[in-house]
Write a protein that binds this ligand. Structure first.
Ligand SMILES: Cc1cc2nc3c(=O)[nH]c(=O)nc-3n(C[C@H](O)[C@H](O)[C@H](O)COP(=O)(O)OP(=O)(O)OC[C@H]3O[C@@H](n4cnc5c(N)ncnc54)[C@H](O)[C@@H]3O)c2cc1C
Length: 488
């Protein structure tokens, strides 16, 4: 690989940037991630992963290492802190939430990208760039330059890449701010738990609980929305706010991290300008209600990776790269709708409380609980691939095929045809698309579950597991292979 010329530069080595780097490496793309921070952050923002992200980990062979580092909790059935009275069983082989502090998620994704050969340059800040017809020249804080064919801004909510492109970021400015800190406390564990429970009955934006290694993670509303959010809060400010809400600061000390976040809610007007793209928080921000931001970023990367790789390799069909925005912008918009709704539902205002009571009753209906749970979990997403059966455009859940598990067959990030007829072929696309015959042998126990899932002889899955075609005719298959994978 060349030292300072790459196919793709990713600005930002958070979960979105490293997931994208790994996805690009699956296709041999020469990618470098430039990350401003010299050391990984210890700040625990996200606390876990939802069902669709867990499926994605399984689709890339990462599940075991994530399970070994996390804790499984029952999934589904919770919205704005309201629990469904009955368990909601979702249509996934992984119906649980994986509890995991964000630094662990970040580390595991970074390791995965590095194992696949991505370069990560820490302590390297992007300060500007210029694009031309052939590529992008990135300017770094140390005065050096990097050249690439594409640049992706995965540089978080205050994305420099987005600002330099002048891409609009409409939405609502922050009206509330919270302080988030992690440290040790002198108060006894049962006292912390008891006080937290009482305070949360009136202030749902407050919370304190163990975060491992004897530490506690506390979130408390700030006194006001600060003018300059790049300045971290002080320990005094944190203690004052804890006392204001809980009547005690729990004797918090030896802080490991202290930061602020707000309820600002915004969505980028475009995710692409020429050879520069946006993904993750750089494209959308919202309060962390429902714990969706990191999940959304990983899923953006999963959608973009194979498309950008095809553009790099010169085999991307017309419109493929722009389908990234067409597919992911509505998904982010939907997440913003969910977080806006939850922001209202946790308010102490009488009107909001009345809506909360009503929703609590509605969530007693199994269909309502399922509807909300599916949306938060990210498994109900259906991209618009045109008219067709209900499953078209949806991700296929993991099913047992006559030759193993479906998700085990998708680890290389290629397209996949699962064929029950044995008569189809992907000849002409075999460098981009795998083929598996799913003809159950009636004399053995290896009966495929596919027929129960898809009532059709064959399916074409994109590298992100979404169903691109359902049918049995070779001609129809080839039309869709061309549409998603380019000419033979
Ligand atoms: C309190 C809180 C709780 C949360 N809980 C959850 C949760 O439970 N579940 C969930 O899914 N999400 C949660 N989130 C959201 C989640 O933390 C973010 O959505 C996620 O980190 C976004 O990932 P990202 O990679 O897009 O951006 P980031 O994680 O922000 O990473 C961006 C990276 O870019 C780097 N960078 C920035 N500018 C430059 C530059 N100019 N040059 C080089 N590098 C640069 C930064 O140093 C950073 O490492 C929470 C957020 C908060 C604040």
């Amino acid at each position: 690989m060349g030292s300072d010329v790459f196919d793709v530069i990713i600005s930002g080595g958070g979960p979105t940037g490293t997931m994208l780097a790994a996805e690009l490496r699956l296709h041999g793309v020469d990618v470098v991630v430039v990350e401003r921070d010299a050391e990984p952050t210890r700040l625990v923002r996200s606390l876990g992963l939802h069902q669709r992200s867990i499926e994605i980990l399984d689709q890339r062979g990462l599940l075991e290492r994530f399970l070994a580092n996390g804790t499984q909790y029952p999934g589904g059935g919770r919205f704005a802190g309201i629990a469904s009275p009955q368990p909601v069983a979702l249509d996934t082989a992984h119906d649980y939430i994986l509890g995991m502090p964000q630094p662990v998620t970040d580390r595991l994704l970074e390791e995965h990208a590095a194992e696949l050969g991505a370069h990560l340059r820490r302590g390297t800040e992007l300060i500007g760039f210029e694009q031309d017809d052939e590529g992008v020249t990135a300017e770094l804080a140390d005065g050096s330059r990097l050249r690439s064919r594409w640049l992706v801004g995965c540089d978080g909510g205050r994305s420099l890449v987005r600002r330099l492109l002048g891409i609009g970021f409409p939405g609502e400015a922050a009206t509330n701010e919270w302080i988030l800190g992690e440290g040790e406390v002198t108060a006894a564990a049962d006292e912390v738990a008891a006080v937290s429970e009482v305070v949360r009955t009136t202030h749902r934006g407050f919370g304190i609980g163990p975060s491992g290694d004897g530490r506690y993670r506390a979130v408390v509303p700030a006194a006001s929305v600060s003018e300059d959010r790049s300045t971290p809060p002080t320990l005094d400010e944190f203690r004052t706010q804890l006392r204001a809400y809980a009547g005690t600061d729990f004797g918090i000390h030896s802080l490991r991290s202290l930061s602020r976040f707000t309820d600002a809610t915004r969505l980028a007007e475009r995710y692409r300008d020429g050879r520069v793209l946006l993904a993750g928080d750089a494209a959308h921000i919202h309060p962390p209600l429902g714990g969706q931001g990191l999940n959304l970023g990983i899923q953006d990367a999963f959608n973009l990776g194979w498309k950008l790789a095809a553009a790099v390799r010169g085999c991307a069909p017309d419109g493929l790269l722009d389908s990234y925005f067409a597919e992911r912008h509505p998904v982010a918009d939907e997440v913003l709708t969910l977080t806006r709704a939850q922001s209202v539902l946790i308010s102490a205002e009488p009107g909001a409380q009345a809506v909360r009571r009503l929703l609590t009753e509605l969530m007693g209906f199994a269909d309502v609980g399922r509807y909300l749970a599916e949306r938060v979990a990210g498994i109900g997403i259906r991209y618009d691939f045109g008219d067709g059966p209900e499953l078209l455009g949806r991700r296929l859940r993991d099913v047992r095929l006559s030759q193993g598990r479906l998700y085990e067959l998708t680890r290389d990030g290629r397209g996949l045809v699962v064929d029950r007829t044995g008569a189809l072929t992907v000849a002409g696309w075999a460098d981009r698309v795998d083929y598996v015959s799913d003809r159950s042998d009636e004399r053995s126990d290896d009966v495929s579950e596919l027929i129960a899932e898809v009532d059709a002889p064959a399916v074409l899955l994109r590298p992100d597991g979404h169903v691109a075609w359902i049918g049995e005719e070779q001609q129809g298959l080839e039309r869709e292979l061309r549409r998603w994978f380019g000419a033979e």
